[in-house]
Design a protein around this ligand. Structure first.
Ligand SMILES: Cc1ncc(C[n+]2csc(CCOP(=O)(O)OP(=O)(O)O)c2C)c(N)n1
Ligand SMILES: [Mg+2]
Length: 626
């Protein structure tokens, strides 16, 4: 006779529960765990999943096939392209981007795009394959501990432990990605994805449909801000991506308080280029008027801005610093604070408009607008050229000419970043996406693919240098496969020109920056994309006309423009200081060391800026005192 012990009873109870559970479960519908996972994505509104197959993601591939009526698998030709497309999707739409790759090499290839997402605060979910759990820890083929690989890049990074928990973990991952505006990684042992689990609603999206409450500025904080503006002689806004849909309010406040606006790269397009006191970006990829005006500011108001070059540009001279941000952890990140306001930009601007009196006309504000007009005229002049060597500026003239009002631009890293800041004419109806803080080459094509998938009725451009384009050019095939009529513009200057300019300013020989010339129009043709090569300035307009025709027929097109490797005016070399109560402008010592002693006039003239005036000339004209 067996004695009934406490532990037997427990075992018995467990058995009964399990047995009854099984009976109960058998009545219920089941689905493969990977299908349950995709249903979670669908519930969160995910339409496209960018990725690349591999043995360790076959259960996900199986589910993508089973669910193909409800979710699209977009087959890219490199995991990096899929991950960047997911990041670009998130940056363009504000909605989570989803990518996947297989164990080992596929996972590693994802990292580039995931870092881009992390740096630009884009919510992205990465599903990473793993060998079947029964083979884990046996040094199995392509088995690596994946979680540690993603530890640095991810805000949430987990391996799934049971088939039943797969949809739950993915749901949680999405919430974490949204909450932290970052990358969530879920590693999935392949066998789990095939296991049948109960077909229930695992998604928690409904509770998050409401927008998150945003911090609001208080009256007291805004009064303090207004006091500081009043006390300042030369206040300047520095506006970042936090401005989002509030640019009209910013412009109204800028006019009312007579404060010129400078922006970070991510705010390009949010604040219309048409606004006369939007001076553009500061630092290297910049506008002359923005750099000069910023260099004279005695009060900088950073609004929703995370400026990666602050350690350079915020340190050139002393100024008072106000920071307005909706993320408390960002305060003091780039400069010590004279005033910090924890607020959403919209709430701050509303309150500032409500509590402020219009400022008197300011000579500083007028001088800033005049200097900006002068700079804009210089840029227009360069773009308008119809004779001489083929250079990059008329390429932008043509892009502006054929661009529709709400066109979307994906810009690759290199000189095109500087040039699109300067030459692309954007209003808030446009969208513009770049790899801003991570600044990875190879962003143009995936960004354009994501844009065209998310906004199929809008015109989409990919603008890339020859170096950046050749890192991801195989994905022209993806444009063809999914019939994405993207206008691809390649600026072939046979050089990694952005880096050449850097080497130019250092006492060294140019090293490793010249590129083997290629005929990318022919490459495009081979991949099924109509390719147009342009070698002469006069042939540009017809190439862009043809690009319009081709894309209107629903096909992608590529224009490979063979331009010179000329350098644009390096505005960052201009320096301003106060001497005897007056602003004096000069060229940096470093530039003079490598390019010879020169006056500001000689410097501007050497970049065809014959009509450009210096800021001190404008200050003189409008009576601005130091
Ligand atoms: C993946 C990656 N590798 C290297 C760099 C460094 N880098 C930044 S710009 C640039 C040159 C880009 O050359 P290209 O695409 O030809 O454009 P260009 O500046 O010539 O117009 C390089 C090498 C980078 N940002 N990303
Ligand atoms: Mg190049």
């Amino acid at each position: 006779m067996t004695t009934l012990t406490f532990s037997n009873i427990l075992d018995c109870a467990k058995y009964i529960t399990k047995y009854l559970g099984a009976v109960k479960m058998s009545d219920k519908k089941t689905v493969p765990a990977a299908v349950a996972m995709l249903k979670v994505l669908e519930a969160w509104g995910v339409k496209d999943v960018y990725g690349y197959p591999g043995g360790s993601v076959n259960s996900t591939m199986n589910a993508l096939d089973l669910e193909k009526e409800r979710i699209n698998y977009i087959q890219v030709r490199h995991e990096q392209v899929g991950a960047i497309a997911a990041a670009a999707h998130a940056k363009l739409t504000g909605q989570i981007g989803v990518t996947f790759g297989s164990a080992g090499p596929g996972a590693v290839n994802l990292l580039n795009g995931l870092y881009d997402a992390r740096e630009d605060h884009a919510p992205v979910l990465a599903l990473v394959g793993q060998v079947p759990h029964t083979n884990m820890n046996y040094n199995y083929f392509q088995e690596f501990p994946e979680v540690p690989m993603f530890q640095d890049v991810a805000v949430y990074d987990r391996i799934v432990m049971t088939p039943e928990s797969l949809p739950h973990v993915v749901d949680k991952a999405i919430r974490e990605a949204y909450k932290h505006r970052g990358v969530a990684v879920v590693v999935i042992p392949n066998d789990f994805g095939y296991v049948e689990i109960p077909d229930v609603d695992y998604a928690s999206n409904t509770v998050l449909d409401k927008p998150q409450p945003q911090p609001q500025a208080t009256n007291e904080e805004v009064e303090k801000f207004l006091e500081m503006v009043k006390a300042a002689k030369r206040p300047v806004f520095h506006v970042g991506s936090g401005i989002k849909g509030n640019a009209d309010k910013l412009i109204a406040l800028s006019r009312k308080l007579q404060i010129p606006v400078t922006i970070t790269g991510l705010a390009k397009g949010s604040v219309s280029d048409d606004y006369e006191a939007n001076l553009g970006t500061i630092n290297r990829a910049a506008s002359k008027s923005a750099d000069e005006i910023f260099a004279t500011a005695d009060l900088v108001i950073a609004l929703g801005a995370d400026f990666p070059f602050a350690n350079l540009v915020y340190r050139t001279h002393d100024f008072k610093f106000i920071q307005i941000d909706n993320d408390r952890s960002q305060f003091g990140r780039h400069h010590y604070l004279d005033l910090g306001i924890w607020s959403d930009s919209g709430s701050f601007l509303d309150k500032a408009l409500e509590l402020s009196q219009p400022a008197e006309e300011s000579s500083f504000f007028k001088a800033a607008i005049a200097a900006n007009k002068d700079w804009q005229a210089y840029l227009q002049g360069l773009m308008a050229k119809t004779e001489g060597q083929l250079e990059y500026e008329p390429v932008y003239r043509e892009i502006n000419r054929i661009a529709e009002k709400d066109a979307i631009f994906s810009i690759d890293v290199g000189d095109n970043i500087i040039n699109s800041f300067r030459f692309l004419n954007l209003t808030k109806e446009n969208k513009w996406t770049i790899s801003a803080l991570f600044a990875t080459m190879g962003y143009g094509i995936p960004g354009a693919i994501a844009a065209k998938r998310a906004y199929p009725n809008r015109q989409v451009f990919n603008i890339a240098g020859d170096g950046a384009f050749s890192m991801v050019m195989q994905d022209l095939l993806t444009e063809v496969k999914y019939q994405l009529p993207i206008i691809n513009v390649v600026t072939s200057n046979k050089s990694l020109n952005f880096i050449k300019s850097e080497q130019d300013d250092v006492e060294m020989n140019l090293s490793g920056i010249f590129l083997q010339e290629a005929d990318f129009a022919k490459v495009a043709e081979g991949l099924g994309v109509e390719g147009i090569r342009v070698d002469k300035l006069e042939d540009l307009p017809q190439a862009f006309d043809r690009a319009l025709e081709v894309t209107k027929q629903g096909r992608p097109v590529l224009i490979d423009v063979h331009i010179s490797d000329k350098r644009g005016l390096p505005v960052e070399e201009l320096e301003l200081e106060i001497v005897d109560g007056k602003f004096v402008e000069k060229i940096s010592a470093g530039y003079q060391k490598t390019h010879g002693q020169q006056s500001v006039r000689e410097f501007l003239d050497s970049y065809e800026g014959y009509n450009l005036k210096t800021l001190p000339e404008y200050f003189e004209e409008f009576g601005v005192r130091a």
